[in-house]
Design a binder for this molecule. Structure first.
Ligand code: BDR
Ligand code: CA
Length: 312
């Protein structure tokens, strides 16, 4: 099996962190680099957190790049209320020792796509799409070189989580999302409709802890922290592990179901800013531009995640 080459574009975030660990534990994917963006917390924290996660995974050799520190048009909105002041609240984590790369994340994305054969590099955005859109603006030729963009963002029947209409990643930079959805690159979307079914519960968190490793203990503490917000908000048993769904899809696409439909991002109305208008019933006549998922085998997902985390 030749591993699929991926770039993870991320704003860690506890769920981003778990996604990165899942990727680094999985032979089906080869992580070429982590590109960081402002989102859950400002950029200096997301790039630092990405390096913390690589060191936790025993991968200080991984290349981590800092990218855009603000959305294309709007002011940055962050989510410390969900992720804590550091973005990775929960266990106390030591400052990373591994270096941040000098190259800008956007240039790394462009250079990597240009230096690999067409259709052999997949982008995995787990945060606002600012880096990806900036790369597409700066180097329009890369759009046709992308194997696939598998992203976490948006919602359809589930509505939004930061506004009634919009999901956080798309709402933070709707203009970037608009560019990405219009890029003609093949896109797979993991929206809230999927991730709100990928819920932790006591047994699932205890399975992480029972691994008896630093990774298992840390992931359990992260999810313990992350859960409190969603339990209060939704009255659910646990918290959605949004971003790991992206990586799980690369490893086990059979765990997910969806439809190839048109997705258009609202960038005009303040009321619905960042809404992903997903044409689930194919009534708009607009051309499909994304594989929009709406279901997950949650038990299979957590089994996969726990088995892979055990390898770190
Ligand atoms: C998304 O927003 C962030 O809080 C999470 O990391 C995830 O990427 C969910 O709306
Ligand atoms: Ca994220």
């Amino acid at each position: 099996m030749t591993p699929r080459k991926i770039i993870i574009d991320t704003d860690p975030g506890q769920d981003d962190a778990v996604a990165i660990l899942l990727a680094l534990a999985s032979a089906e994917v080869e992580v070429l680099g982590l590109t960081c963006v402002a989102g859950n917390v400002p950029l200096p924290l997301t790039e630092k957190n990405a390096r913390i996660v690589c060191e936790l995974a025993g991968r200080p050799d991984m290349m981590v790049f800092a990218g855009c520190d603000a959305p294309l048009v709007r002011r940055l909105v962050t989510a410390e209320n969900v992720h804590g002041k550091t973005g990775l609240d929960g266990p106390v984590m030591a400052d990373p020792v591994m270096p941040l790369q000098d190259t800008h994340a956007v240039d790394f994305i462009i250079d990597t796509l240009r230096s690999h054969a067409d259709g052999t590099v997949t982008l995995c955005p787990l945060g606002p799409l600012t880096n990806i859109a900036t790369a597409l603006q700066k180097a329009p030729d890369i759009a046709s070189r992308i194997q696939e963009i598998v992203l976490m963002g948006g919602g359809c029947f589930e509505g939004g989580n930061i506004t009634p209409a919009a999901e956080f990643n798309i709402h933070v930079d709707p203009h970037a999302a608009d560019i990405v959805f219009k890029s003609a690159a093949p896109i797979v979307v993991m929206p809230l409709d999927v991730t709100h079914k990928a819920l932790t519960n006591r047994a699932r968190v205890e399975a992480f802890r029972a691994l008896g490793t630093p990774v298992g203990a840390t992931v359990a503490e992260w999810t313990d922290f992350f859960e409190r917000f969603d339990k209060e908000k939704y009255g659910s048993a646990g918290a959605p592990l949004h971003d790991p769904c992206v990586i799980a899809y690369l490893i086990r696409p059979d765990l997910f179901k969806g439809r190839h439909i048109n997705v258009t991002v609202e960038t005009g109305s303040e009321l619905t800013m960042g809404m992903t208008v997903a044409d689930w019933w194919r009534v708009s006549g607009r051309q499909p531009n994304a594989m929009f998922m709406n279901d997950i085998d949650a038990a299979g997902f957590f089994t996969l995640l726990t088995q892979r985390l055990a390898l770190l």
